[in-house]
Design a protein around this ligand. Structure first.
Ligand code: MG
Ligand code: ZN
Length: 224
């Protein structure tokens, strides 16, 4: 798109957005300081609706067996389905309904962390709203950011969303048991991921069956 020499509203819009993102980043830094002072490792889980974010968190909790030493902030537009699914694994869960907001931001996490009982908590998972676009632009102050993509999303998810995959510290390819039925070439998806983010661990999982979960735990630095 060609931007004309106008000094009108277009430029003002760009400044506004910059300001918003800068404010978010500064709040994210505050969140990080607070989490560090509480000695809590926070992990932002991002991915599309249905990619398996909740299932991945459940599978990790099952394997870690840390009970109430783990807390989860479940972000969702309107429902409490994910929070209820996670709660049965024994973690502390707080549900954050964002209404029409399609991502979590640092301010929401700031408030949630303030409200949560975090005594004894060592690890905090933050399940972001299901979306592969804006969550990448809104760091929350988490120590690690994980993006989960499932083979059922088709062959082009990674190449079409380079920004969020570039932000990731860990990339998880989920539902690998369905690759054949979906005619998905797993090695091609790995190549796509390594093209946008060469050094990041790329882990294949079947979260419902616990396949690949110990590698995810290791990549996140969760094993003591
Ligand atoms: Mg979910
Ligand atoms: Zn959004």
């Amino acid at each position: 798109m060609k931007v004309l020499r106008s000094k009108g509203p277009e430029i003002f819009d760009i400044e506004l957005e910059k300001d918003l993102l800068a404010k978010n980043r500064s709040l994210a830094r505050e969140n990080r300081k607070k989490l560090d002072s509480l000695k809590i490792l926070a992990i932002d889980i991002m991915g599309s609706i249905g990619s398996g974010k909740t299932s991945l968190i459940k599978a990790i909790l099952k394997e870690l067996v840390m009970g109430k030493k783990v807390a989860v902030i479940a972000g969702d537009l309107t429902t409490t389905i994910d929070a209820e699914r996670i709660e049965v694994e024994g973690a502390r869960v707080i549900q954050v309904n964002t209404g029409k907001e399609c991502h979590l931001d640092a301010n929401v996490i700031h408030q949630a962390v303030d409200k949560m009982k975090l005594d004894g908590v060592k690890v905090l998972f933050i399940e972001n709203v299901g979306n592969l676009i804006c969550p990448g632009e809104f760091p929350l102050g988490a120590h690690k950011r994980l993006v989960v993509v499932s083979v059922t999303e088709g062959p082009y998810t990674i190449v079409k969303h380079p920004y969020i995959f570039r932000e990731a510290d860990v990339i998880v390819l989920n539902k690998i048991d369905l690759a054949k039925a979906m005619k998905i070439d797993l090695s091609q998806l790995k190549k796509d991921a390594q093209k946008v983010n060469p050094k990041v661990p790329f882990i294949k999982t079947n979260a419902l069956r616990g396949v690949g979960i110990s590698e995810v735990i290791h990549a996140l630095g969760l094993r003591p």
